[in-house]
Design a protein around this ligand. Structure first.
Ligand code: AMP
Length: 283
């Protein structure tokens, strides 16, 4: 069986995970659980969008066989202060690691619980949460978990914005402004594909694009070019690199990334129009 863990408020990105899961298994189980232990007190656990009926309908349309939507008491029978699975610290030095202390321990804890409860042969996670994927991948290998992990590409709106449950927090104006994330990443990927491997040059490209396209009201948390496997800074990219961005627009904190590799799954992003042009506004 293949497992697709989610926090609900499902969109077509989740749908693609279900379809990819189906390619790996006869049976697909999706879970919907807004995991309290991965949210810091000041984060959006309470306001996170929830609509289980709509989620169940979408999962049926996408062909999932079953939905597991436990409550917190089921997932944390001994209370929220129980065991935590601690991620390898060397994967937490960059990106969301320093900004969201405890977040990835909450993620690993709930993922290990879900794997133990469902015992899937395969689990599908999105590249959208790149650091999350690397941290889970490390846990699976380090703890000898008998499971195949599948990384699913990022599903985007036609104008390039990565689909996210948190896009629901954006006003119409912020929704347009949010294209600054995907557009800046697209510039980095284009520069990479032209042959640039120097991470400082790639970071400059990204910073310039962000400077040109981001609204003044947006606040950038990070824009980093790292080695993808180790999530550390390197002068020159050799294996897969990652360009990753996090920014706040209004009440939304958005993350996005592109994989920097000759066969990057993010190449389709390059076909999106520049923000503000007529084509990018078609939705
Ligand atoms: P979430 O419900 O946001 O926790 O996401 C559940 C799973 O869906 C995670 O593995 C995410 O990486 C993945 N995911 C979220 N957004 C997208 C997207 N736009 N495209 C593909 N996968 C996604």
């Amino acid at each position: 069986m293949a497992l697709v863990p989610t926090m609900g408020a499902l969109h077509d990105g989740h749908g693609s995970l279900v379809k990819i899961a189906r390619q790996h298994s006869e049976a697909v189980l999706a879970s919907v659980f807004v995991n309290p232990t991965q949210f810091a007190p000041a984060e959006d656990f309470e306001s996170y969008p929830r609509d289980l009926d709509a989620d169940a309908g979408k999962l049926a349309t996408w062909g999932a066989d079953a939905l597991f939507a436990p409550d917190a008491g089921t997932m944390y029978p001994l209370g929220l202060d129980g065991v935590r699975v601690q991620p390898a610290s060397h994967l937490l030095g960059k990106l969301c690691g320093p900004l969201r202390p405890g977040h990835f321990a909450g993620v690993l804890t709930v993922v290990l619980k879900l794997l133990n409860l469902a015992r899937p042969a395969v689990a599908v996670f999105g590249q959208k949460d790149y650091q999350q994927f690397r941290v889970i991948e490390h846990m699976v290998r380090d703890l000898h978990l008998p499971i195949e992990l599948v990384r699913a590409p990022i599903v985007r709106a036609p104008d390039g914005l990565a689909l996210s449950s948190r896009n629901a927090y954006l006003s119409a104006t912020e929704r347009d402004e949010a294209l600054a994330l995907s557009w800046s990443l697209a510039r980095v990927l284009a520069t990479y594909l032209e042959g640039e491997r120097d991470t400082r040059a790639l970071a400059r490209t990204g910073a310039d694009a962000w400077g040109n396209f981001a609204p003044k009201t947006a606040s950038l948390e990070y824009f980093e070019i790292l080695d993808g496997a180790t999530l550390t800074e390197v002068p020159i990219l050799e294996g897969e690199g990652i360009a990753a961005i996090a920014a706040r627009l209004g009440s939304a904190r958005l993350i996005d990334n592109v994989a920097l590799a000759p066969d990057s799954p993010d190449r389709p992003l390059l076909a999106c129009a520049e923000p503000g042009s007529a084509r990018s506004r078609v939705r």
